[in-house]
Design a protein around this ligand. Sequence first.
Ligand SMILES: *Cc1c(COP(=O)(O)O)cnc(C)c1O
Ligand code: SF4
Length: 393
Amino acid sequence: MKTEPEPGGSSVKNIWSLNFQDWFWQVRHRITTLEQLEKIVNLTVEEKRAVAFSGKMFKMAITPYFASLMSKDDSNCPIRKQCIPSLQEFKTNLNELSDPCGEEETSPVAGLVHRYPDRVLLLITDACAMYCRHCTRRRIVGSSETRMSMANFHLAVKYIKEHKEIRDVLISGGDPLLLSDEKLDYYLKTLRSIENIEIIRIGTRVPVVLPQRITEKLCLTLKKYHPLFMSIHFNHPNEITEETRKACDMLSDSGIPLGSQSVLLKGINDKPQTMTQLMQELLKMRVRPYYIYQCDLAKGTSHFRTTVATGIKIIEGLRGHTTGYAVPTYVIDAPSGGGKVPVGPEYVISKSKSGVIIRNYERKLFVYPENGKPFTAEEVEKASKQYSLTKKQ
Ligand SMILES: *Cc1c(COP(=O)(O)O)cnc(C)c1O
Ligand code: SF4
């Protein structure tokens, strides 16, 4: 038997198959050094340099499972680009911030973000199974790989109890599903016992980067605390495998409504065709597309960022052309704590006291009269002229 894994793709899986489906094994054998990574893929000179220096800035860690999805030779592989550091990360542009969504400004207790009136975000751990190079919380994530202290957790619980208007708690991090079943059970039980909490949500990337973590026991733990929802971070159709499908099936069968969140990433999922395929594949496994995020202004992520127009074009390509359930909301998480702002194609062409003139997904115009009288011919004419001008841009 070979002791060294052979480089490349699915062979990683074969050689390590004995323990491959064990999530503890996956976490213990994460790829964190240049030496380990070099055994699996053929790195470019640039990649090698970036990997060697990345530790100082933002940790590299890749589960053997996720590594098995990487291309051995193509440095443009969408899986590879999400987990192998790039020299571009060492560049910071003037608009970039360490806390791009202003979470610290709206944090009453360490690890708790209260930005919206009725819901809070609880950052329960800073550890993830795999570190996404585009991570918006790269300022904190992966630095110590520790849980929120019990003292802070109880301060957060106290705050939620004292703020009766909070009815929804979103547990995120880092990745909450990296915690043990026992720890999760404790956190969920405590949050569920708060009278004003109606729903609990978990934000995770585990079904994508460590699907082995979704065990029977985990599902039994989670289903005790319904209504519990889950948002899963998916970015590319290549992330959908037999293992991911099984993990999502188990979660859905436990009564957990699944939603997806994707980050719009240059060269990875910025083509309408790629995103449409991803959204349709997600629906096939009962994951309802929820958000597409404009890539935040986190330091060292400019090479991932597209224009907002790119995102709008993607939504344009979805709405009307495919199942409505396949259309997520495209949002910009406004810098300095403004929250998520939806952006999308403009469908209202003009508004007047006669009503609205709208356009459909085929760019055909329709009038919707609102005051009991029909639109005048001039109004329609003016709107369609205006519209044909904007279409040309
Ligand atoms: C995203 C987010 C939420 C949840 O927002 P929804 O639109 O309800 O999904 C809550 N708090 C913070 C700080 C967030 O960033
Ligand atoms: S899973 Fe989420 S928190 Fe963790 S590195 Fe990826 S984007 Fe960041």
